[in-house]
Ligand binder design. Structure first.
Ligand SMILES: NC(=O)C1=CN([C@@H]2O[C@H](COP(=O)(O)OP(=O)(O)OC[C@H]3O[C@@H](n4cnc5c(N)ncnc54)[C@H](O)[C@@H]3O)[C@@H](O)[C@H]2O)C=CC1
Ligand SMILES: CC(=O)C(=O)O
Ligand SMILES: [Mg+2]
Length: 632
């Protein structure tokens, strides 16, 4: 059955009367003549006949002749093959005449809204999430604006298809579902000539502003997927566009291919990455130095988000580059921010009901990788804000790994990143079992960043329910199949008292099925609630660095974003439907912090604005998918 107009949920309707192109490619580098001619052509919707991004670059000469009706008619019809300017049945009859599109399109002229209905109709006729993911990827590759209009009008339905959990399966099968290239692939074989590879990026509308880079070595909780990790860079950048209004053409997905240790991939004839095992640490460092230098020298304002590197390299490259380039690590810092926000909101509720002072919370983490340690470090600021010293704050946080509680005297050589939270007050006691560790620590909160499904089993959850009036339980590993427990399990074993957030989305529990008799909404504690706002901030104020203080500010802004209605509903995070508003508020607070720290490079523009002006300006800078007014 075809969906009705009312099926298209509003909120951020797909077609809105707002400016079209704002968080645009970097104005500085658009002085590149290739960029500016292309940018102008795209803006004015004249078109020189490029079939794809690369052609936009090579055919740019035809832009300058597009005023000639004769030559443009021959070339311009290919606009329907270029995803950004393509409007398909949305082209007005006048434009069809102008561009030689008569007869190449069905007779009907349809609005973007109606086109969204068709996408939903087709999407809902498919049963498997991966099929839906492939269909949406194909839409992104053929009609960018329709893709984003569909997402914005149907966030709850679409986000799990383009992001976790489905993006996990998509990455596992990325070489199989591959249709056409998207983003940059830079392989170890390009060593010594990475700058020329970066030069190859066709820059269809000026320079990119945000890049997401992965080496595919730890995709979600799925391990080493090699080149197939490109799917995560693409997925995260779709969220930048949908969630923060970054212009689609200002995004740059990158996979660096330094080999893979995934035997299945190496033996798969369809695998599209390098067929070699992973490079050594020395090779890694040299190569990444070259990549960062090449990206930064071509695009000095580019914000580079590191994603899903193994923990050792995640920490290594954050430390190596954070004071040199505008970059941040999403798994360490983005996750730290989002969990600090959710934990703060949960701890306030728990403390209000139990009378326990906020500074007296104790957090036990299952997991001691980049995500857990990043979260732990960010959570320390929760305690220091309650008046504790750094050491006292650190003592409130316990981490466990596959061998149990992490202690200094456990007898094994601890990875460097684990040492900070390794206990020294255990008096020689070593505990392997998580339930026993709970008896020892008596935590008010358990956070799962272990990648292991079922780590929070019935015994663990029931112990938390015995110890706490409102136990805080956050199984944060992705995708859903790796979650330490389900929402339903957490609710059942705590008789509905749990304060819950998970990395991947779980369904709500309706009032009739809930032990409390009230509808229960699970939180989604996922870094996608903050990284779009952090990146938006950095792009807009041309941040020279993404400082730790900016990251902490993003957490405070997210925590403050919860409104009264959401609090009444028992939410720990604001409703994802409001993601653009949330990103705007995060960006405003981060820009203010960036100005305070003197890391902006916008010539004092944002420093001169008061908060309201800044909020309006940031809002106005967000790109909204729409067709030209006369064609909508
Ligand atoms: N919700 C979110 O926004 C985010 C979630 N994550 C998730 O966090 C997970 C971990 O990521 P990384 O830290 O980078 O991975 P990692 O592989 O470096 O760390 C996993 C850690 O879990 C430990 N571990 C394994 N089995 C365990 C067990 N039974 N009990 C306790 N600890 C155990 C390992 O020893 C290791 O320290 C992934 O599943 C990822 O999807 C990561 C970033 C953001
Ligand atoms: C959400 C995310 O960044 C992860 O699971 O790795
Ligand atoms: Mg990640």
């Amino acid at each position: 059955m075809a969906p009705s107009v009312s099926d298209v949920r509003s909120g951020s309707a797909p077609v809105v009367n707002s400016k079209n192109m704002q968080v645009t490619p970097d104005d500085k580098t658009t002085e590149d003549p290739r960029d500016s001619s292309i940018h102008r052509a795209v803006r004015s919707h004249t078109y020189g006949g490029a079939a794809n991004l690369r052609d936009v670059f090579t055919n740019q000469a035809s832009f300058s002749t597009s005023s000639s009706a004769q030559s443009s008619t021959l070339a311009d019809h290919r606009i329907i093959s270029d995803p950004f300017p393509n409007q398909d049945t949305g082209f007005s009859y006048e434009k069809r005449d102008q561009l030689g599109l008569r007869g190449l399109l069905p007779p009907a002229k349809q609005s973007l809204n109606t086109q969204v209905l068709r996408v939903l109709h087709q999407l809902r006729s498919k049963s498997l999430p991966l099929e839906k993911h492939v269909m949406l990827a194909s839409l992104r590759q053929t009609n960018t604006r329709l893709y984003y209009a569909t997402i914005l009008a149907n966030k709850e339905e679409i986000l799990p298809l383009i992001y976790t959990p489905t993006v996990g399966e998509a990455c596992q099968k990325f070489s199989h579902i591959y249709r056409r290239p998207e983003g940059l692939s830079i392989s170890l074989e390009d060593k010594g000539k990475v700058a020329s590879i970066v030069e190859n990026w066709p820059v269809p509308a000026g320079s990119p502003r945000i890049a997401v880079i992965t080496d595919g070595s730890r995709i979600l909780g799925l391990g080493d997927l090699g080149w197939n990790g490109q799917g995560i860079s693409i997925g995260k950048l779709s969220l930048y566009v949908a969630g923060a209004g970054i212009h689609p053409r200002a995004t740059l997905p990158i996979v660096v291919d330094l080999g893979t240790n995934n035997k299945k991939n190496l033996e798969d004839p369809l695998y599209l990455g390098l067929r070699r095992t992973r490079a050594t640490t020395e090779e890694y460092i040299e190569f990444m130095d070259e990549v960062m230098e090449a990206l930064h020298s071509r695009y000095p304002n580019l914000i580079i988000q590191y994603e899903d590197f193994t923990s050792e390299n995640a920490f290594r490259f954050l430390e190596r580059y954070q004071d040199k380039y505008p970059m941040f690590n999403d798994d360490i810092q983005g996750t730290g921010s989002v969990i600090l926000a959710g934990f703060t909101n949960a701890a306030r509720i728990a403390s209000k009901e139990s009378g326990r002072p906020l500074h007296d919370h104790r957090i036990l983490m299952a997991g001691a990788g980049s995500a857990a340690v990043g979260v732990g470090k960010q959570l320390m600021s929760f305690f220091t804000r309650q008046g504790l010293s750094e050491d006292e704050a650190r003592e409130r946080i316990y981490i466990t790994d596959s061998k149990g509680l992490v202690t200094r005297d456990r007898g094994d050589k601890l990875a460097e990143h684990k040492i900070f939270f390794a206990r020294q007050d255990n008096e020689g006691r070593q505990i392997k079992d998580l339930a026993e560790t709970i008896d020892y620590v008596k935590p008010t909160a358990i956070l799962g960043l272990s990648t292991i499904k079922g780590t929070f089993d019935e015994t663990v959850i029931r112990k938390m329910a015995t110890l706490n009036k409102r136990p805080i339980i956050f199984p944060l590993s992705n995708p859903t199949d790796n979650s330490e427990c389900t929402f339903e399990e957490a609710v059942r074993y705590t008789e509905g008292r749990v304060l819950f957030a998970a990395g991947s989305p779980f369904p709500e529990i309706e009032a009739g099925a809930s032990p409390t008799g009230e509808r229960m909404i699970p939180g989604q504690g996922n870094n996608f609630l903050v990284f779009p706002g952090i990146g938006l901030c950095a792009a807009l104020c041309k941040a020279a660095r993404v400082t730790n203080e900016m990251i902490t500010e993003s957490a405070l802004a997210l925590s403050d974003a919860l409104n009264d209605e959401e609090r009444k509903e028992g939410r720990l995070y604001p409703n994802t439907e409001r993601i653009r508003e949330i990103s705007r508020d995060i960006a405003v607070r981060c820009i203010q912090m960036a100005n305070k720290q003197g890391v902006t490079r916008d010539g004092g523009k944002t420093a001169a604005m008061d908060e309201e002006e800044l909020r309006d300006w940031v809002h106005g800078e967000m790109w909204v998918p729409r067709y030209d007014a006369d064609e909508a």
